[in-house]
Design a protein around this ligand. Sequence first.
Ligand code: PGA
Length: 248
Amino acid sequence: MRKKIVAGNWKMNILPSKTNELINLLMSANTDKIDVVYCTPFVDLHTAISSTKNTNIKIGAQNAHFEDKGAYTGEISFDMLNDIGVSYCIIGHSERRTYFNDTDECINKKLIKAFDKNITPILCVGENLELRNTGTYKDFIKNQLVSDLKTISKEKIASMVIAYEPIWAIGTGLAATSDQAEEICSFIRSCIKELYDADTAENIRIQYGGSVNGSNAKELFSKPNIDGGLIGGASLKEDFLKIVEAAL
Ligand code: PGA
């Protein structure tokens, strides 16, 4: 049985001085049976880590650089994240791919480094509306997986999380239907089986992300291949607690 995982992606929201307030609002998240993660902006990480210290809530970053250290002005390394107690890192979110030119090659390097530094990656894949409409989205997602996971061993990927995030559903209020989400989460699992083996595919956790809220989460999480969600907008308010409940 795979343990469900619900992760909040705070994106570039919540000032460091407001981090405690949001963490306190969400403190009652039920972590008995599932993993709950808050992926905060870099400058909020420290506060988020100390205010969740005596809980099972884990803290994640939203990006990091693949080099260990050196002259990379403005970047943060996985070593740095590990050093302050970060457990997870979102890698390859579509906003990074689109606005910051994170290519599959660079995402692959980031994944390799995350595993090296004991940070659990949440790898995001997913198609835009055009690919959905032309019906080529499965090929596209498979290519993303093949390139992003290149040379990474099955022992390593067993611990990672993959998030299926159709770009057309992110921040639009137009979530994929549970059948659409299940179709691709199950397809991603079959790609992992093909690239690795049946055991690895069975054990890897696959989330759905894109306009998940307290009302649609239960239906989405009831599908056999959806092991939780990556939540943007709704992770910044109390509604997030309903999403966590839906995963129990
Ligand atoms: P959303 O974002 O829940 O606001 O659609 C999801 C994400 O981008 O991870």
